[in-house]
Structures are given as structure tokens and as C-alpha cells.
Design a binder for this molecule. Structure first.
Ligand code: TMP
Ligand code: ASP
Length: 237
């Protein structure tokens, strides 16, 4: 499908209209940012890997009963998706302590939780994506109680599916961020992307970080790490 007008430009993707009102094209960039856009860089080939990886994972999740925005891969960087109105929440599921959780609660990275945990942040760069509880979400009309319940149910089901998938690739799923959207009929679907930009993926054998923490923490070797994750994913499919 032909791309139309640029609708929105985010930090890692551009979104275009198409001739069909309910369909959009997402184009993945190589740009990388961290710490609310304060740190900027570029990771060569990242857009190609994130596009293809996110699509393979969304197809896998669809097979496991999770509705997503995914329609069709158009090219190595571009994907046709259903148009959604994004629920402005970052939905973060964690299996192992890391990142902001470790900092906030003073726990060592690598602590394995008794049960997976979930948190919500309000998607608002100017406010630095503050944490938000379910009462706040309802108070501000960001989502209804029923929508929050659906989102939580999908998020934990996605975690179960992805943990199993990545385990088959020799990768430990530490945590990840999801975004959901509403279709024109109001139903909730998984949107945005699932990639090493939005997940923490550790090599199960060595503990090596294979995700965007290599950029956030200046660990180097990010291109190689993303390519290795993609190689293992393709081999496992
Ligand atoms: P955090 O530990 O920094 O809160 O990150 C948790 C997970 O969410 C991690 O896998 C990275 C991902 N994430 C995003 O995708 N976008 C963001 O803006 C942030 C802060 C985290
Ligand atoms: N993408 C986010 C930003 O630039 C942060 C992150 O992924 O760490 O704000």
C-alpha cells in the first residue's frame, strides 16, 4: 500500500496515512534515544531489525490469541498496521529486577521476582513519563477500569508467551514495555513495537545484555547484539 502524508514522527518511528482510513504505515528509523531523549545516537540497521522482529513477535502473539495492530510487512523498514488511538500509557512487565525498578527500590539487578510484576507510566515526555497507578488512570479518564483489566490480562499473557519464545532462543526476558491502542470499534489491541529497544534481553548462558541497555549504558557492540537476537529469533521460528 502506498504511503500518504506523514501523520506523526516519534523518536524511533514515523507514521504515515494510507489511502485506507483505518490503515497506517509505520517506518522504523535507526535513531536511538535514551533518558527521555537527552541522549541521542544512531544504531546502523536497527530500524530494519526492530521492524522485522516486532512483526514476527506480533504474528506469534496473534497465534497465541493476542489481538495486535499488525497487518503486513511492506518492506524491510515499513509495516502496514491498523489505525489505533494510542492509550497514553507505557505498560511495563518485569520478571527480573533491572533498570528503574532496581534504582527506585534499591534492589540488585538480576533479582528474580516471585511473580511477574506490572506498572504503568503516563506517556508524557514533558513530565518524564511519571509512574501512574490504576486510580490515577481512571481519575484522569485515560482508560476505564474494564480497559485496564483487559490491558493487564493481555500484558501478562504476552509475558507468558514471550518468556517461552525467548527461552527457546537461549534468551532471558527480563522486562519489556508495551503500548496498547483502541480500534475504531473501541476494542483494545497491542500496538507500537516489541524489540530490543523496548525489552531487556539477557543471554541465558552468559548473562550478556543483548538490548538497548548497550546504548543507554555505553556498553558498545549494540549492532552485533541486535543482529544476534534477530539471528536466534529466525532460527527458532
Ligand atoms: P526501566 O527499567 O528503565 O523502567 O525500563 C523498563 C523496560 O521498558 C525496559 O525493557 C526498557 C523499556 N522502556 C521503553 O521501552 N521505553 C522507555 O521510555 C523506557 C523508560 C523503558
Ligand atoms: N526511548 C526513551 C527515550 O528516549 C527511553 C529509553 O528507551 O530508555 O526517552
Amino acid at each position: 500500500m502506498e504511503k500518504g502524508a506523514l501523520l506523526y514522527e516519534g523518536k524511533a518511528k514515523r507514521v504515515y496515512t494510507t489511502e485506507v482510513p483505518d490503515l497506517l504505515v509505520i517506518a522504523y528509523k535507526d535513531d536511538a534515544t535514551a533518558f527521555n531523549g537527552q541522549k541521542k545516537g544512531s544504531v546502523s540497521g536497527k530500524g530494519i531489525i526492530n521492524n522485522q522482529m516486532s512483526n514476527r513477535l506480533m504474528e506469534y502473539l496473534e497465534q497465541n490469541g493476542i489481538p495486535t495492530h499488525f497487518v503486513e510487512e511492506q518492506s524491510e523498514r515499513e509495516t502496514l498496521v491498523k489505525k489505533v488511538s494510542i492509550v497514553p500509557l507505557e505498560v511495563i512487565v518485569r520478571n527480573i529486577a533491572a533498570g528503574s525498578f532496581s534504582q527506585r527500590y534499591g534492589v540488585e539487578e538480576g533479582l528474580i521476582f516471585a511473580e511477574p510484576t506490572i506498572e504503568f507510566s503516563y506517556k508524557n515526555d514533558a513530565l518524564h513519563d511519571p509512574l501512574m497507578n490504576e486510580y490515577h488512570i481512571i481519575s484522569l479518564g485515560i482508560a476505564t477500569r474494564e480497559e485496564i483489566d483487559t490491558i493487564k490480562c493481555y500484558a501478562f499473557a504476552i509475558n507468558d508467551s514471550l518468556k517461552t519464545f525467548w527461552a527457546g532462543c537461549g534468551i532471558t526476558l527480563v522486562d519489556f514495555k508495551l503500548e496498547f491502542g483502541r480500534l475504531s470499534d473501541g476494542s483494545i489491541v497491542l500496538a507500537d513495537e516489541i524489540s530490543p529497544d523496548t525489552s531487556r534481553l539477557w543471554d541465558t548462558a552468559t548473562g550478556k545484555k543483548m538490548d538497548k541497555d548497550r546504548f543507554r549504558r555505553d556498553l558498545g557492540g549494540i549492532e552485533l547484539a541486535y543482529a544476534e537476537v534477530m539471528k536466534r529469533l529466525n532460527a527458532h521460528l
